[in-house]
Structure formats: structure tokens, C-alpha cells
Design a protein around this ligand. Structure first.
Ligand code: ATP
Ligand code: LTN
Length: 345
């Protein structure tokens, strides 16, 4: 049988999802799912590298699952699961940790940024975070990892670890390729357009959440920081604020950047902002409505995640066994052998 290429990707349930998650991750996941064997994960193990309130974390995990589906991930085509439900992720992480240099982790931009942001809690998990991400990907023998631009460096580490392991033990891991979309790989903050839009930004006006109400969208777009200048022209370097709004308009309407520049020839920023707010409201409406419906179907969501974890585990376990065998761990009992031993006792 033909092997469909495998995809693995994930999002942390550490806050409400933003339009950046949609453009950098979810919309590409949905587009790739008909042609790939997809594993989409809610990365709760990654989320606890920053202190989380347990009640909120549990709730956010279900909310993220609902948003996956509301954004077009079809649970009958793709496997949706929660990272902590598949213990193989932490097991492979330990092995890979013993193959990773301290220098490799301390070079990671995200580690530097997060340790500056969370000075009071620079824990070892934050440092080892990219090794856990490598384990996520390598366990499923993923070919392709659709992520936003900020994850590129983590993908490079993943590839290095896989190559190092393969060099020592043979072809154990498939070497994954990143899939970084040509547009929308890095949506910027509405208030500081040189910074990535981040769900953990304390300034609510900087972030466009997928579930924002029409009033929220109007307010946030109206207050979005633009640059000095008049005409509507895309220039990421000189005019990052305006260019970010143009990208959002492109996402919401499907119009090309050139078409947008023509549309607003002779108009000012206020016209673009008004049209953008309307376009975003219409674009996000079906997602928000479907999300609302799914949030009332908690049992349905939980069921999908439990079934997903079972499927994911079957695949992950095979890779973990290979790895354990390579490094010289004594085999454990197969479930059948364990039953046999219990009978003979
Ligand atoms: P933080 O809470 O620190 O902002 P995060 O949102 O970057 O974390 P995740 O929730 O795990 O982290 O991100 C999941 C995926 O969404 C990744 O592929 C990431 O690159 C993508 N992503 C997140 N924010 C953006 C953005 N502003 N633009 C494009 N892609 C994004
Ligand atoms: N680190 C990622 C989330 C993540 C992920 C993964 C993405 C965790 N495990 C595996 C792709 C593949 C982030 O965006 N912060």
C-alpha cells in the first residue's frame, strides 16, 4: 500500500488562540490533511514550562481541541490528541536529552526570549523544551512539520538530533522537513509590529483572538499601530505595522497584495482599517460560531481526544521500542507474554 507522507504538529494550550495560530499553523494543517496522514497535538507538556493554573489548563486544552475542529481539522481524517496522554513523548525525550549538548539548547532564541520574559522561573523544562519538541516529531516518523517561522530553529535541532542518532544506530528516524507558509508565517503584534503576535501578551489590544467579538475586532483594528506615511503600500522592513494589516486583509479576503494596493490607491489608513475590520469579522464568524457549538459538546471532544491518543500511542510505541533497543535497554514484556506469566504463577 502507498505510504501517505506523515505530518505532526502542535499548539500549546497556554492561552487563547490568535489569528497567528490560524495563518502559521491551523489553516495549513487543514489544507494538508487530505493528502497526508496527520497527527495534531495539544502540547500540554510544553505549556507547563511556564506556570499554569490547573483548572484553566484543563479548560484551555478542550478549547484548543474545539478550535482545531472549528478551523477545519476533521477528526475522521486526522488524529487529534493531547501530548500528555501519550507517555512515549516524555520517554523519548529522556533518551534524546542524553544526545543533546547544553550549548545546543542555550543557543535557542526562544529559550533566550522566554528566560528573559519569565526571569523568576527559568526552569530546566524551559531549557529542554526543544528536545521534547524533537521527540514529538521523531516519534511519528513525520515527513513534514507545518509551523510558523519562529519554530524554524527548533526544527533544525530536531533534524540534527535525528541525523546524530541515525549516524550512530542506522536509519531509525525519518528526517523531517519544516513547512513554513509563504504568507502569514509571522503575524505581528497590533501594538508593537516588530514583535510576534503572542497569545501570552498582557496587552489585549495587541492580539487578535480567533474568538474575538465583532466589537473587539473593530476596537483592536482601529487602535492598531501604523507607521508614518500615507499611501497603502506593502513594505515589511520600513512599514511593519501597515504591512501586517495588509497581510491580515489578504488572509481575510484572499485578495493578493497587489490587488489590495490597487484597491486602496488614493485612500488612507482609516479606509483600510475599516475594510479590514469588516473582512475579519466575516472571516472569523464561522469559526467563532462552530467553536461556540463545540464548546457545548464536551463529551464529544473528550471522546475524540481519547480515541486520538490511542491511535497516536500505537505509532509512537513502535518508534520508542526501536530506540530503546538501539541504546541497549532490556526488552520489556509484550502484553501477551505478561498475561502468560500471570497464568503460570
Ligand atoms: P506563546 O504563548 O509564547 O505566544 P506560541 O503561541 O508561539 O506561544 P504555540 O501556541 O505552541 O506557541 O504556537 C503554535 C503554532 O502557531 C506554531 O507553529 C507557531 O509558529 C504558530 N504561531 C504562533 N503565533 C504565531 C504568529 N503570530 N504568526 C504565525 N504563526 C504563529
Ligand atoms: N513548540 C511549538 C509547539 C509544538 C510543536 C511540536 C510544533 C510542540 N511540539 C511539534 C510542531 C511540532 C510552538 O509553537 N511553541
Amino acid at each position: 500500500m502507498e505510504r501517505r507522507p506523515v505530518i505532526l504538529s502542535g499548539i500549546q494550550p497556554s492561552g487563547r488562540l490568535t489569528i497567528g495560530h490560524y495563518t502559521g499553523a491551523l489553516r495549513n494543517w487543514a489544507a494538508l490533511q487530505p493528502t497526508h496522514a496527520c497527527f495534531f497535538m495539544i502540547a500540554d507538556l510544553h505549556a507547563i514550562t511556564v506556570r499554569q493554573d490547573p483548572i484553566e489548563l484543563r479548560q484551555r486544552t478542550l478549547e484548543v481541541a474545539a478550535l482545531f475542529i472549528a478551523c477545519g481539522i476533521d477528526p475522521s481524517q486526522s488524529t487529534l490528541f493531547v501530548q500528555s496522554h501519550v507517555p512515549e513523548h516524555t520517554q523519548l525525550t529522556w533518551v534524546l536529552t542524553c544526545f543533546t549538548g547544553m550549548g545546543e539548547c542555550s543557543r535557542m532564541t526562544q529559550f533566550k526570549e522566554k528566560s528573559a520574559q519569565y526571569r523568576h522561573n527559568i526552569n530546566v523544562g524551559l531549557f529542554a523544551y526543544p528536545i521534547l519538541m524533537a521527540a514529538d516529531i521523531l516519534l511519528y516518523q513525520a515527513d513534514l512539520v507545518p509551523v510558523g517561522a519562529d519554530q524554524k530553529q527548533h526544527l533544525e535541532l530536531t533534524r540534527n538530533l535525528a541525523e546524530r542518532f541515525n549516524h550512530l544506530y542506522g536509519q531509525i528516524f525519518r528526517i523531517p522537513e519544516p513547512y513554513i507558509p509563504p504568507v502569514g508565517a509571522k503575524i505581528m503584534s497590533l501594538q508593537e509590529p516588530t514583535k510576534k503576535m503572542s497569545k501570552s501578551d498582557p496587552n489585549d489590544n495587541a492580539v487578535l483572538f480567533l474568538t474575538d467579538s465583532p466589537e473587539d475586532i473593530h476596537r483592536k483594528i482601529r487602535r492598531a499601530i501604523t507607521d508614518s506615511g500615507r499611501e497603502i503600500r506593502y513594505d515589511e522592513k520600513q512599514r511593519p505595522g501597515l504591512s501586517n494589516l495588509i497581510v491580515l486583509y489578504h488572509i481575510a479576503t484572499g485578495k493578493s497584495i497587489t490587488e489590495i494596493e490597487h484597491e486602496f490607491e488614493g485612500s488612507g489608513y482609516a479606509d483600510l482599517k475599516a475594510a479590514l475590520a469588516e473582512a475579519l469579522i466575516e472571516f472569523l464568524r464561522p469559526i467563532r460560531e462552530e467553536y461556540g457549538r463545540l464548546c457545548d459538546a464536551k463529551d464529544y471532544l473528550q471522546n475524540i481526544l481519547l480515541r486520538g491518543a490511542e491511535k497516536a500511542r500505537t505509532r509512537a510505541h513502535q518508534t520508542l521500542q526501536l530506540v530503546h533497543n538501539c541504546v541497549g535497554f532490556l526488552p520489556t514484556l509484550t502484553p501477551e507474554a505478561a498475561v502468560g506469566m500471570a497464568h503460570n504463577r
